[in-house]
Design a binder for this molecule. Sequence first.
Ligand SMILES: [Zn+2]
Length: 290
Amino acid sequence: MSETDRLYRFLFEGLGIRGNLVHLDASWRAVQSTHPYPQPVRDLLGEALAAVTLLSATLKIEGSLILQAQGSGPLRTLVAQANQASQVRGLARWEGEVPSEGPLSARFGSGHLALSIAQRDGTPYQGIVPLDGPDLTAAIERYFRDSEQLPTRLWLSANASRAAGLLIQHLPSQPLLAEDWERIAILAATLTTHELTEQRAADLLYRLFNEETVRLFEPEPIAFRCGCSRQRIEDTLKLLGADEVDAILAEEGAVEVTCEFCNRRYRLDVIDAKQLFTGQPRHDPSPSQH
Ligand SMILES: [Zn+2]
């Protein structure tokens, strides 16, 4: 069985603690192939992608989890998204030189990290924490401490070929003993970045937790998928409004939109663009009376 692009869920039997381990390989390289990211930007984007995959696997939602970091510094935007079908996408925007070392503030300036859930039924949920501390892990752990009061620890690492992460979290439905949590966290913290990106999942979990009773579930495949479509682009243009679209047509002769997540290009000529605003308004059938 393939050992790439996999999410591994595991459980510490009887302790009320769960874990996730993720390896992103082809999916991560697909994200990188859309833009020539400098190494410091690339590694943070990989970490964000691993984090959002780990976190989305802890949620029971129909929809997707979006991690968005926004700052005033050289690294402007980091977006990573994972949905319930284990499909991921992400992008980063930067300006000038982004340092590879130093606290988050050296890279992002002042900014914030938002975790939002986009549900199929449209109910948005968003939690926000400041982007300070040494790294992305610290900012995310702070989010869980401040917003969720859910004991959560994360380890993240990324290079050109793999983005990887480990998460341990209190299983909310079960009681948790502080001493169990501390012991597991101390064991997990012996993890090195090399082990995280290079070691096989089963070997890694054995190395860290061989004195614990760990139940490892069947791994789940992860894939890159953007999810953009002509329909979504058209919906966005409709929101922009007829005047705005007319202005683009007058200037460019057509509307061209490139999806930043996958570089796919969508082109609407004058007729396509005009039709966006001339379609009959939709009338939903009135609800039947009982
Ligand atoms: Zn796309």
